[in-house]
Design a binder for this molecule. Structure first.
Ligand SMILES: [Zn+2]
Length: 428
């Protein structure tokens, strides 16, 4: 579709979703009223900027105010057929609801993204993303829709995954960049050469910035003798919102489902092509819970001109940073502030803490450093296990925990520096 036709298409669907949200979602009705705007004020795509933006915390608070789906949800619960649940990086996990049609639409364009990356019905696809609660799980159904033979592997132990790859010889897989590397290395230690012993010729990666870091991408490609395609998704919107085509000239955004704004970090104005700004997304078809001007916190740049593949959808030039101090560990979003309630809530601890991130064998390792109070004696290992268990419940991943004596960790007089990121090239 030509850009002007695409924009007409987007505007028609935007109008429809704004009316739907205003009429059926208490959250949007209130937030629009507070901002003094109504859907009738939006007479062009540019007018979208008149509407208020939302952040992840709005979703969390909304769901707390009306459990389990919140006032943002714009359909009665009987129309909801699926929810994904995001890792509780801000304390409480949030749900993303879909109607049957929303889910169909989603799988339809997942299939299209896969096709654009060169997957065909003759491929065998091994889905190695987390299948439990995670919004990336159902994306495998998009591959089925395309007609590929699909193996719903999920995050199984690497020995088992390798056995499946050797036995059934899948040609395509999808995982995080660091896991693709780890798996290849693990295989090597077992005498398996993934470049020759498996049939994998395409690896889709998502959930970490690595897929857009040229050096990381190249090394994974060499290890597997396969093409790496970067994908981008968001737990509160869709498993994949964008993916690379065979030209690998950026990630084509599914703009017939979403409107992408890239806003200047200081002025909040839309930036031009190849300029950096925060990506703000608006879903224009998702009826269960429309996302109107959702601030992703991801700093991106984009290109609009027609790709050599012939597609006109905007190309995302990878994610180059975050607006907040969110860490991405093993594909899971971790906000340092989510550690605090656990550390501060335990009377055996001083309340001081620090997050240390290292990259060991191309896998990110998060260590939470804490201090025990002077009254707390005994084996620190017991305390470490206890805090580890509590943190796992909140973070969705299992961090390492190291207990120090009271007074060991640095005290900051100003804004506490609680992160020590020892990884190199985290961002592009
Ligand atoms: Zn393209």
């Amino acid at each position: 579709m030509k850009r002007d036709e695409l924009e007409k298409f987007q505007f028609k669907h935007l109008k429809s979703i704004l009316d739907h949200a205003y009429n059926n979602s208490e959250f949007y009705r209130n937030s629009f009223r507070e901002a003094g705007v109504s859907p009738s004020d939006v007479n062009s795509l540019q007018d979208l900027s008149k509407l208020p933006t939302i952040v992840k915390d709005n979703i969390r608070k909304d769901q707390e105010s009306k459990p389990p789906l919140g006032k943002m949800t714009a359909v009665p619960e009987e129309e909801v057929v699926y929810i994904s649940v995001s890792s509780g990086s801000t304390g409480m996990p949030t749900a993303s609801p879909f109607t049957a049609q929303d889910f169909e639409d989603w799988m339809d364009y997942e299939a299209r993204l896969f096709y654009s990356s060169g997957m065909r019905s003759t491929d065998r696809y091994c889905h190695a993303l987390n299948m439990s609660l995670f919004v990336g799980g159902p994306c495998v159904l998009g591959a089925q829709k395309l007609g590929a033979l699909c193996i719903h592997a999920g995050t199984i132990p690497s020995e088992r995954l390798l056995r499946i790859m050797l036995q059934f010889q899948p040609t395509v897989t999808w995982t995080t960049p660091s896991y693709a590397w780890y798996l290849g290395e693990t295989a090597e230690k077992q005498g398996i050469d993934v470049a020759h012993d498996t049939a994998i010729n395409k690896i889709f990666v998502a959930g970490e910035p690595g897929g857009s870091i040229e050096a990381t991408k190249k090394r994974i490609e060499q290890l597997w003798d396969a093409d790496v395609y970067d994908y981008y998704g968001l737990s509160d919107i869709f498993g994949a919102c964008a993916g690379e085509c065979e030209e690998k000239a950026g990630l084509h955004f599914s703009e017939d489902h979403m409107i992408v704004e890239v806003l200047d970090l200081k002025t909040g104005e839309q930036v031009g092509e190849n300029e950096e700004g925060e990506m703000v997304l608006t879903t224009i078809k998702k009826r269960a819970r429309p996302m109107i001007r959702f601030r992703t916190g991801d700093i991106v740049s984009y290109e609009l001109d027609k790709c050599a593949c012939g597609r006109t959808h905007m190309r995302l030039k990878g994610v180059c940073g975050r607006t907040d101090d969110m860490l991405i560990i093993k594909g899971v979003n971790v906000l340092p502030s989510s550690v605090e309630p656990v550390v501060r809530g335990n009377k055996k601890l001083s309340g001081e803490y620090r997050l240390v991130v290292d990259r060991v064998d191309h896998l990110d390792v998060l260590t939470i450093e804490i201090e025990r109070t002077c009254d707390c004696k005994g084996d620190p290992k017991i305390l470490e296990r206890e805090v580890q268990r509590d943190l796992r419940a909140v973070l969705g991943i299992t961090p390492k925990v190291t207990v120090y004596e009271d007074g060991t960790l640095p005290r900051e007089t100003h804004k506490a520096k609680r992160i020590k990121d020892n990884r190199k090239n985290v961002w592009k």
